[in-house]
Design a binder for this molecule. Sequence first.
Ligand SMILES: Nc1nc2c(c(=O)[nH]1)N[C@H]1C(S)=C(S)[C@@H](COP(=O)(O)O)O[C@H]1N2
Ligand SMILES: [Mo]
Length: 197
Amino acid sequence: MAVFSRGFGARRRESDPNLPPGQYLTEDFPVLSAGPTPRIDTDEWAFSIRTEKGSTVSWSWNEFQALPIEDVSTDIHCVTRWSKLGTSWRGVSLDTLLADVDTDLDYAMVHSYGGYTTNLPLEDLTDGQAWVAFEFDGEPLDPEHGGPARLLVPHLYFWKSAKWVRGLVMQDHDDPGFWEQNGYHLHGDPWREERYW
Ligand SMILES: Nc1nc2c(c(=O)[nH]1)N[C@H]1C(S)=C(S)[C@@H](COP(=O)(O)O)O[C@H]1N2
Ligand SMILES: [Mo]
């Protein structure tokens, strides 16, 4: 009976409607980093957005913490096929950050401390779809998971959620970032299995 329930439960979870095609569920939180974990003191941390107007809008840690903070509960999907459902984050919406920014450009290159980059169209960063997150599960974000702060763009594969994020550079076209130059899809929608190209 116990064996039967376990088997039944597992099968039901595999067909969870929140699980995109080709993904499996995991309960733990794997760490995937292309290089060493940078250690950034919040005293030195800043987040900035650079535009074509030659101006840069920048927030120190304290300025950033004074912005409206949102609780986000969401599923995350890694291109290596693990998904984690119902994760809890706190962060500042990109809508809030971009409200202070004057730009006509449609694309952003996201830059991280340590040199990682990833590209996103502005339409995937706005309308409540993206955050700069600094808490996971009610705790400050671990350095291994991108602390002090990381991008969170949960509707796209998780490589778009740049850890140790330091800012955006607005662009007039979509340039491939780090993984995109190495064969990952330019866009990365898990429901369309935009894994590689
Ligand atoms: N700066 C940086 N951000 C990154 C990465 C990285 O190597 N460096 N890896 C990406 C990939 S491929 C994934 S799946 C997620 C993993 O996040 P996690 O280690 O918190 O699970 O971070 C993404 N963001
Ligand atoms: Mo990944």
